[in-house]
Structure formats: C-alpha cells, structure tokens
Write a protein that binds this ligand. Structure first.
Ligand code: NDP
Ligand code: 8X3
Length: 252
C-alpha cells in the first residue's frame, strides 16, 4: 500500500520539488499553497506523470480557521498521513530593525512559526492515533546563525529549530519521528518574495556561485523519510559547496 505525504508550500521551490520527488517514489501526496491556479496545474501534472493519487488543498497556513477547515475535514482515505513536511515559509524584506516594516515581521512570524504550529496541531493527532508518522520541518542556516538585516527571518527559523526539538520530545512516546532539514542558499522564488518582485536584487543573491537546487533538498528529504523505522535523521544542515556560513559564500 502506498504511503501518504503532506507537503505544505508545494506551489514552488523546495515544496514543489519534494512533491515531485515523493510522487516519483510512489507516495500519494497532499499538496498545499495559496496560489490556486498553480496548485491545480501542478496537481494535474503530478497525476498525469506519476502513478499516485494527489489531493490539492488551497489555503493560507497563517489562518488557523482556514487551515483547520482544509486539513481537519480530510476525506477518510487521506487521513492516514505518514509524512508531514512543514515547508511553507518566506522571508519578507531585509532591513535593520529600525527600518523594518511591522507588516513584514507579521507575515514572517505568522507563516514560518504560527503556520507550522497550526498545520502540526491539526495533523499530529492523526499520527498519534496511529502511533506512527514522520514530521520534517524546513529550517534554515538562518536558524543556526544570524546575519545583519535578517533579524526577524532568522528569529523565525531559530523558532523552527526550537519547535523541532520540542516536538521530537513531545511526540517520542507515539513513535513519531521529527526531523529538521536546514538549507543554505537554494535558488527558488525565495529571494523574489523577500525582495517583493525585484528580479535584479533576487538574481544577485545567486550570482557567482552554484546555489543549491530545490531538487537537492528534495533528495535529502527523500533519504530521511526512507530510512528504516528505527532510524531518525534528526537534523541536517545542507549547504552549497561554495557556502561556509550564513554570510560566507565564495563567489567567482
Ligand atoms: P518559495 O518561495 O519558492 O516557496 C515557498 C512556498 O511556500 C510556496 O509554495 C508558497 O506558496 C508557500 N507559502 C508561503 N506562504 C504561505 C502561506 N501563508 N500559506 C501557504 N503556503 C505558503 O521558497 P522556498 O522553496 O525556498 O522556501 C521553502 C522553505 O524553505 C521556506 O520555509 C524557506 O524559509 C525555507 N528555506 C529556503 C531557503 C532558500 O534559500 N531558498 C534556504 C533555507 C530555508 P503560495 O505562495 O502559493 O502560498
Ligand atoms: C534562507 C537562506 O541565508 O537567505 O533561509 O537566510 S538565507
């Protein structure tokens, strides 16, 4: 019988690559995101390409009611979720605190911290009832180190790190594994979102070196979830070969 994976933020980047990777590995996938057109187009692509079932769910993880409605009323055949990948997240702005925008702070805190909490609160009881499951939180090198002007984004990813550790303890008695994957620079829509559509600024982030590709992170996630049941890869920091720290990238 096929396993089921729920991937939040699957309309682009790491989430999209992970959904493809898992569908290729014969997981049925629940994919989520706010951009309905993209989500449905991607769902169609997955269904046509891989021999798996796909359930697209369009909702905003920042909204507890919407999240509860979408995930709390899953059809029975979709309730046995084996894998939850808390991936939906973003950075908004790159400013020192005194110039920072409270709207940006709220967006990051609501998505990266509260969104992860809301989704996990709704899905964990299904796993607890079955006494099994695997939750992968997408952290960041920004959850290990901070960098100037990264203040709130770095704080949210430090929070993901703390929540991952605490979830691992809380879900231990139920046989639920909890892991974190913390990437360095991955070329996705991340910088375009951070710089609010400024393509030149976004492209400059990845200039002069080979950044990670979303598929590289998908491969790591696939490795983690396909380990034998007695193994938990608790935490992985994945960097481009040209990166040695949050602020150290060798560009040519
Ligand atoms: P993308 O911008 O390409 O993808 C982000 C995904 O999150 C999209 O599918 C987006 O979908 C979804 N999302 C954002 N906000 C919400 C929301 N409120 N509700 C539901 N879905 C939402 O970026 P990445 O793939 O790079 O980012 C994925 C994760 O990886 C994030 O948590 C990010 O912090 C983390 N990360 C990224 C790194 C990088 O360098 N790219 C490095 C380290 C970590 P939609 O807009 O349709 O809602
Ligand atoms: C994304 C990587 O270095 O821009 O989490 O914070 S970084």
């Amino acid at each position: 019988m096929k396993k089921t994976a729920l991937i939040t933020g699957a309309t682009s980047g790491i989430g999209e690559a992970t959904a493809k990777r898992l569908a290729a590995g014969h997981y049925n996938v629940i994919i989520t995101g706010r951009r309905k057109d993209r989500l449905l187009a991607f769902s169609g692509y997955l269904k046509n390409t891989y021999p798996v079932d796909v359930l697209p769910l369009c909702f905003d993880v920042c909204d507890f009611e919407q999240t509860g409605k979408s995930l709390g009323s899953l059809p029975e055949s979709w309730q046995d979720i084996d894998i939850l990948i808390n991936n939906a997240g973003l950075a908004s702005g790159l400013e020192a605190l005194d110039n920072g925008q409270p709207d940006d702070w709220q967006r990051m805190i609501d998505t990266n911290i509260k969104g992860l909490l809301y989704v996990t609160k709704i899905i964990a009881p299904f796993m607890i009832a079955r006494r099994k499951g695997h939750i992968i939180n997408i952290g960041s090198i920004a959850g290990r180190e901070v960098y100037a002007n990264g203040n709130v984004y770095c704080a949210t990813k430090h929070a993901v790190d703390a929540l991952t550790k605490s979830m691992r303890m809380e879900f231990l008695p139920y046989g639920i594994r909890v892991s974190q994957v913390a990437p360095g620079a991955v070329e996705t829509e991340f910088s375009l979102v951070r710089f609010k559509g400024d393509r030149l600024r976004a492209d400059a982030v990845y200039e002069g070196f080979h950044p990670l590709e979303a598929a590289d992170i998908a491969d790591v996630i696939a490795y983690i979830i396909n380990c034998p049941p007695h193994v938990n890869i608790a935490d992985v920091l994945v960097l481009p070969a040209a990166q040695a720290g949050a602020t150290m990238i060798h560009r040519t």
